[in-house]
Design a protein around this ligand. Structure first.
Ligand code: OAD
Length: 233
């Protein structure tokens, strides 16, 4: 229990939470990784080989995110803040949790509206429009997306583990749990923490995790979860 006596509710989200806003997931039919070679557009090797292609891929992602709005799942997660201290750990690079009103969001895989120089990962730039080859950060080097690519470190994973270890209630929503280290976060939860899973096709989780499956899509499942929590505390 915490000082303000509110329980700490932690939500770990993935692309499935933004699907009903109109953003494609990665691994579902018609997902982003069905139409793109992951290593071409999301690895340091791909960036070296064809940075223009990579910039173009993320320009499209940025335009897609700018066009859509938070859905009822994002809004329900923000609403939980009335009852709980809520931390959202998200694998998503969109800003829909923030736009829905969530105050405490940790992005594991970066943010689409942030760029950085390819030589310096400490200075971050807020960018809403397209970025092309030749567009440079203040240090004179090419801008690259502030996104974690395959083969790169996940700097926020240590903070995420601490947050998981502090959870009183846990919700896993809209992630296939295919990508590590994010997928390993559920091992940092205390054993007695109630755990809910919301996913239209829930990934396998080990029986000892004892996840309670909430039926429906992210928007339906989150609504159902609000009901369950108001009954169980
Ligand atoms: P995936 O595409 O791997 O998984 C999406 C999950 O959402 C699946 O479990 C689907 O069943 C579920 N889903 C789809 N539509 C849904 C809906 N309307 N309601 C509820 N659930 C739904 O996406 P992630 O698990 O987020 O990383 O992928 C993890 C990481 O892989 C991403 O952050 C990205 C990607 O490579 C990087 O780019 C670094």
């Amino acid at each position: 229990m915490h000082n303000n006596m509110k329980k700490h509710l932690v939500v770990l989200t993935g692309a499935g939470v933004s699907a009903e806003s109109g953003l494609p997931t990665f691994r579902d039919a018609n997902g982003l990784w069905m139409g793109h070679d992951v290593y071409e557009v999301a690895s340091p090797e791909g960036w070296k080989k064809d940075p223009a292609l990579v910039l173009d891929f993320y320009n499209q992602r940025r335009r897609d995110v700018a066009k859509v709005s938070p859905n009822e799942a994002h809004l329900a997660i923000a609403e939980l803040q009335q009852q709980y201290k809520v931390t959202v750990i998200t694998q998503n690079i969109d800003d829909l949790h923030e736009r829905a009103g969530s105050k405490n969001v940790l992005h594991l895989h970066g943010e689409i509206f942030t760029m950085r120089s390819e030589k310096d990962d400490t200075a971050l730039y807020n960018i809403k429009g397209d970025i092309h080859l030749g567009d440079k950060a203040r240090d004179g080097h090419q801008y690259r997306p502030h996104v974690v690519w395959f083969g790169e470190q996940v700097p926020n994973i240590l903070r995420a583990r601490d947050i998981m270890a502090d959870a009183d209630i846990f919700v896993l929503a809209g992630t296939s749990l295919q990508v590590y280290p994010a997928a390993g976060l559920i091992d940092y939860l205390d054993e007695q923490v109630p755990k809910y899973i919301i996913d239209k096709n829930p990934p396998f989780t080990a029986p000892h995790h004892n996840f309670y499956p909430v039926k429906g899509t992210a928007t339906e499942g989150m609504k159902e979860l609000l009901k369950i929590l108001s009954e169980n505390g």
